[in-house]
Design a protein around this ligand. Structure first.
Ligand SMILES: *Cc1c(COP(=O)(O)O)cnc(C)c1O
Length: 223
C-alpha cells in the first residue's frame, strides 16, 4: 500500500487524544513529503545529524521529535527547533538541554525515558533514579525545560502479556510521579509508548503518544 494510504488507515483506527509520531528514521525527504501531504506534521528521528538535515530540508511547520539516545554534546544542534525530546535519561542531560534552551530563548519539552524492557541494551531510568532527579535542588533550578511525561520501550518479544505488563508498569510510574511532583502541572500528561508491533497494547495501557515507523513507511533498510 502507498505510504499515504498506510497513514490514513492508521490514523482512522487510533482514538482521539492519542498523538501519532511518524518515525521517519532512514527515510528520504520524498517519502516524508508523502506523509506530510496527507496533512500529518509530526515526525520523529533517532539521530541528531539526520534530524537536523531533515529539519533544514523540509517545511518549517513540521513538529520534530527526538526519540533516540541523545548525547550531551549534540543538544546544541537541535535546541533551536526540537518540539519534544523523548529520551531524557539523566540529570546531566537535563542541565545541558536547559542551558541550550536558555541560549535559544526557548522552553524545551522533555519526556523522561524509563527502562521497562527485560533487555539490558535499552536506555532509560529506573523509578528510583527518576525520583532522585525530580527531588533534587538542581532540577528545581532548571527554568527552561518542561517535563511533560514519560517514555518507554517494551521488550522485543512475542509475549504480549510481558509487553502489557511493562507498559502497565510505566503507567503506574507516571501516576506515582504525577502525584509526587506534578500534581499542579497541566503539562505532565504524556505517556509515549507503543511502536508498530505493540501500539494497540500501549493504547489499552493509556498511551498518549505512539511512535510508528514501519507500519507507515514499510520495512526499514539500514544500508
Ligand atoms: C524506530 C523507533 C520507533 C518506530 O519503530 P517501528 O517498529 O518501525 O514502528 C519508535 N520508537 C523509537 C525510539 C525508535 O527508535
Amino acid at each position: 500500500m502507498p505510504i499515504a494510504d498506510n497513514i490514513s488507515k492508521l490514523k482512522s483506527g487510533i482514538p482521539i487524544g492519542v498523538k501519532l509520531v511518524a518515525v521517519s528514521k532512514t527515510r528520504s525527504v520524498e517519502e516524508i513529503m508523502q506523509v506530510y501531504d496527507t496533512g500529518h506534521k509530526i515526525f520523529g528521528e533517532n539521530k541528531v545529524q539526520d534530524l537536523v538535515k531533515k529539519y533544514e530540508a523540509l517545511p518549517k511547520d513540521i513538529e520534530w521529535h527526538m526519540i533516540g539516545h541523545l548525547q550531551t554534546n549534540k543538544v546544541k544542534y537541535i535546541a533551536g527547533f526540537v518540539d519534544l525530546i523523548h529520551s531524557v535519561d539523566s540529570l546531566n542531560l537535563l542541565k545541558i538541554i536547559n542551558k541550550e534552551a536558555l541560549k535559544n530563548n526557548r522552553i524545551i519539552n522533555c519526556l523522561l525515558q524509563f527502562h521497562i524492557a527485560t533487555e539490558e541494551t535499552k536506555f532509560g531510568l529506573s523509578i528510583n533514579e527518576a525520583n532522585e532527579i525530580l527531588s533534587s535542588k538542581e532540577f528545581s533550578e532548571l527554568s527552561n525545560i518542561n517535563i511533560v511525561g514519560l517514555m518507554g520501550m517494551a521488550s522485543f518479544t512475542e509475549d504480549q502479556s510481558l509487553i502489557r505488563k511493562e507498559f502497565n508498569y510505566l503507567a503506574n510510574c507516571f501516576d506515582s510521579l504525577k502525584n509526587d511532583y506534578f500534581i499542579n502541572s497541566n503539562d505532565f500528561k504524556e505517556l509515549s509508548m507503543g511502536m508498530t508491533l505493540d501500539f494497540n497494547i500501549a493504547i489499552e495501557e493509556r498511551s498518549t503518544i505512539i511512535r510508528i515507523g514501519t507500519l507507515i513507511f514499510g520495512e526499514r533498510n539500514y544500508n
